[in-house]
Design a protein around this ligand. Structure first.
Ligand code: 5AD
Ligand code: SF4
Length: 467
């Protein structure tokens, strides 16, 4: 029997346990999945919610729920600290409601030191699992209901890819889809290869079939997800590259927009630029993490490109696809980084003129090569460099984003504006957000919007109404 069928049996078994739980607490149980971290985790949370719905929970966005699951991230230490802080709140809730259940999963759980700490100081947690066995959630739910103590099930690695389990999408009209799992790059600061395992690509046939089903179900925009999408296909028997996969996805009728995340500069091919240039569906956005503009630091980071190679690549992309937005990630304070190294980074920001850059303070991750490096940078130097980098990022981003002021562009309407319910929020092909007057009926539609005013990273606009 396939693993998916085994898990479907467990879903049926879990239904009975959820019914029992309902009798115990006197109402239909609610469950809340809180996501920390990246798009991969967001997609995993949709899978968890899918199983929760299927087994009989109401899925809510409120941690007063009967069952709370934290899908954690460990890429930087502040993500871990937030989880510990919020677990304190959950403990207080559980003291008032003894039947409340708490589960932890995701990247942080793949670290043995975290598990030790939770066993010691957070013994009220009911279930802990990791990134590799998330497909077993229904089975783990059964075990949680069958036992009294804390259930811990962490796998070190896996080569399994389990398809066809239920998914509860957050948005009807857009969806992420995993095309690969794990990472083999071992950038020296990064914990991802240790917690997400080795790189594994999914078969293109499975990917295309999943996207077709999503489109039949109302999806207009998909985001192909992987830690390093440019090396898609390398471990597969079929002869396929990421660019070829994109060409296949492009052919899917009814699909309107294609995005992808994340690209590694060292693997970005001319073939990909060519496919993006010709495509009618691939969005005009590329997220291309720089990390540092100093060749000396890039080498210590094990990024496998130089400052010049990055700049040449980014400028080539801008030349070939002039209306593309390029965004990036930058780390400040990597061991041994000097003010001169940060000058180099600032030089790249000024040259490439990123449309947005996510700037992070270096966080020491136990077990990574960088954690053992000498010359960890002192806090004041990091703060000084972070602030001056951010000032340049804001200046160049405004310059790049504002280029389109006054123009009309298509926006996919995503939601009612958070601050003013007379407005909706849409996303342009280049990933820039635009707020404009509109109502719920627009959600999920692609509409023409005049970009009236650039507000730095986003626009205020007006819908162009047809005569
Ligand atoms: N410290 C700070 N930032 C990090 N990132 C990854 N690891 C670390 C770390 N140890 C950043 C990188 C990556 C993004 C997702 O997180 O910039 O691109
Ligand atoms: Fe981490 Fe580098 Fe892999 Fe990105 S490419 S997940 S930064 S190791």
């Amino acid at each position: 029997m396939s693993e998916a069928l085994i898990q479907k049996d467990y879903i049926n078994k879990a239904k009975a346990y959820v019914k029992e739980y309902e009798l115990l607490i006197g109402h239909k149980p609610s469950a809340c999945v809180t996501t920390f971290g990246c798009q991969m985790n967001a997609r995993d949370s949709e899978k968890l919610s899918g199983i929760l719905l299927e087994t009989g929970f109401d899925v809510v966005e409120d941690e007063n729920a009967d069952f709370v699951i934290y899908n954690t991230c460990t890429v930087r230490d502040n993500a871990n600290q937030r989880v510990y802080g919020r677990l304190g709140n959950l403990h207080a809730m559980k003291k008032k409601n003894k039947n409340k259940k708490i589960a932890l999963c995701g990247c942080m759980m793949q670290e043995p030191s975290v598990i030790e700490k939770i066993k010691e100081s957070y013994s009220f947690v009911d279930l802990i699992f990791g990134t590799h066995n998330i497909f077993k959630f229904a089975e783990l739910l059964c075990r949680m209901f069958e036992s009294k103590g804390m259930i811990i099930d962490i796998w070190k690695d896996t080569d399994m890819i389990v398809e066809d389990l239920p998914v509860d999408r957050k948005f009807k009209f857009k969806s992420g889809i995993n095309i690969m799992f794990g990472c083999n790059n071992f950038c020296s600061y990064c914990i991802v290869p240790y917690v997400r395992g080795r790189e594994r690509s999914r078969n293109s046939i499975e990917i295309i079939s999943e996207i077709k089903n999503l489109v039949d179900d109302g999806v207009k925009e998909i985001m192909l997800l992987g830690q390093n999408v440019n090396s898609y296909g390398k471990n597969l028997e079929e002869d396929i590259t990421f660019a070829k996969l994109l060409e296949e996805v492009e052919k899917i009728e009814g699909l309107e927009r294609i995005r992808f995340m994340t690209s590694h500069p060292k693997d970005l091919s001319d073939e990909l630029i060519d496919v993006m240039k010709k495509s009618k569906k691939i969005c005009k956005h590329l997220h291309l993490p720089l990390q540092s503009g100093s060749t000396r630091i890039l080498e210590k980071m094990n990024r496998r490109y130089t400052k010049e190679q990055y700049v040449d690549l980014a400028l080539k992309i801008r030349k070939e696809i002039p209306d593309i937005a390029i965004t990036t990630d930058i780390i400040v304070g990597f061991p041994g980084e000097t003010n001169e190294d940060v000058d180099e980074t600032i030089d790249v920001v000024k040259t490439v003129k990123f449309d947005n850059a996510f700037t992070f303070i270096y966080s020491k991750r136990t077990g990574t090569p960088a954690a053992a490096m000498e010359n960890q940078v002192d806090e004041n130097t990091v703060k000084y460099n972070f602030d001056r980098l951010l000032a340049v990022v804001q200046e160049t981003a405004r310059e790049s984003v504002s280029k389109y002021e006054g123009m009309e562009m298509d926006a996919l309407v995503e939601e009612i504006n958070e601050h003013d319910s007379d407005y909706v929020t849409g996303r342009l092909s280049n990933n820039t957000i635009v707020h404009f007057k509109g109502d719920e009926s627009l959600i999920g539609n692609i509409v023409k919007v005049k970009l009236t005013k650039c507000q730095g990273f986003y626009y205020l606009g007006e819908q162009c109404l047809k005569n």
